[in-house]
Design a protein around this ligand. Structure first.
Ligand code: IPE
Ligand code: IPE
Ligand code: MG
Length: 240
C-alpha cells in the first residue's frame, strides 16, 4: 500500500483525539485510552518513516487541556515522562529527531528535563522530525510571536514597515518547519481546537471516525493516499 502512494506530504499534523471515548467504550478509565494512544504514536511514527515523511507534528496536549480534572492532567504528564524515557532509544534507532512546540515552561520540571534530554539526544538524527505540541495553543503562539516581534522592533533590529507574513512566521514556535500539507483529525470531530491556526491556512484536511488508539499505519496510508488525489489551488485556478 505504502509503495502505491505517489505524492506524499512533506509535513503531516495530527489532532490525536478520542482516547477518552475509546476507554469509555470498553468500561476503562480515561487514562487507559491515553496509554493506548501512546502506542498508536509509535505505529504512526513508523508509518511516516516508511513513507519518507519529513515532518510529523502531533497535538499531544493543548493549552486548554490544563482545565481537565487534576488527576487526568497528572496522569497525562506522567505518561509523557514515561513515553520520553522509554521511547527515546527507539527514536534514536529509527533516526527520528524529536522537537517540541508550545509553552513548554508550563510543563512539570521533570517533563521539561526529560523532553530537553530527548531533544538533545536525537538532535543529530536525519530521518523524520517528530514535533510534539505540548501545552500548545494557536492563539498563545500568535500572541508570543507578536511579543517577540515587538522586542525586535524596540531593540531597533527591524522596522515595523518591514513586517509581512513571511517575517511573522519566523517569530512562531514553528519557525524551523514548513507549514503542514495534511492535517488529520481522528474521532470524527470537525474542528481545529486551537491547533496551528496560522500554519493551517492552506493545509488539506482529513477527518476519520477512527478513535486515536485504533489509528493504524493503514489508516495513515489511507489519509496520505487521499491527499495524493487532492488538487491544491491556493486561491488560484485549476491547471488543466
Ligand atoms: C485526546 O483524547 C488526547 C488529549 C486531548 C490529551 P481525548 O482525551 O480528548 O479523548 P475524548 O475526546 O475525550 O474521547
Ligand atoms: C484537541 O483535542 C487537543 C489534543 C488532541 C491534544 P480536545 O479533545 O482537547 O479538543 P476538543 O475539546 O474536542 O475541542
Ligand atoms: Mg477530545
Amino acid at each position: 500500500m505504502a509503495a502505491a502512494v505517489k505524492i506524499v506530504p512533506r509535513h503531516i499534523a495530527i489532532i490525536m483525539d478520542g482516547n477518552g471515548r475509546w476507554a469509555r467504550q470498553r468500561g476503562l478509565p480515561r487514562i487507559r485510552g491515553h496509554e493506548q494512544g501512546a502506542e498508536a504514536v509509535r505505529e504512526c511514527v513508523e508509518g511516516c518513516g516508511e513513507l519518507k515523511i519529513e515532518y510529523l507534528t502531533l497535538y499531544a496536549f493543548s493549552a486548554e487541556n490544563w482545565q481537565r480534572p487534576k488527576s487526568e492532567v497528572f496522569a497525562l504528564m506522567r505518561l509523557l515522562e514515561k513515553f520520553l524515557k522509554d521511547k527515546t532509544p527507539e527514536l534514536i534507532e529509527k533516526n527520528v529527531r524529536l522537537q517540541a512546540i508550545g509553552r513548554l515552561t508550563d510543563l512539570p520540571d521533570r517533563c521539561q528535563k526529560r523532553l530537553h534530554e530527548s531533544i538533545k539526544r536525537t538532535a543529530d538524527n536525519t530521518g523524520l522530525t517528530l514535533i510534539l505540541a505540548l501545552s500548545y495553543g494557536g492563539r498563545d503562539e500568535i500572541i508570543d510571536g507578536i511579543r517577540s516581534l515587538l522586542r525586535e522592533i524596540e531593540a531597533g533590529h527591524i522596522d515595523k514597515a518591514m513586517i509581512n507574513a513571511e517575517m511573522f512566521s519566523k517569530h512562531l514556535y514553528t519557525r524551523y518547519y514548513p507549514d503542514p500539507d495534511l492535517l488529520i483529525r481522528t474521532s470524527g470531530e470537525m474542528r481545529i481546537s486551537n491547533f496551528l491556526l496560522w500554519q493551517l491556512s492552506y493545509t488539506e484536511m482529513y477527518v476519520t471516525a477512527k478513535l486515536w488508539p485504533d489509528f493504524t499505519r493503514k489508516d495513515l496510508f489511507a489519509a496520505v493516499e487521499d491527499f495524493s488525489k487532492r488538487q491544491r489551488r491556493y486561491g488560484g485556478v485549476d491547471v488543466l
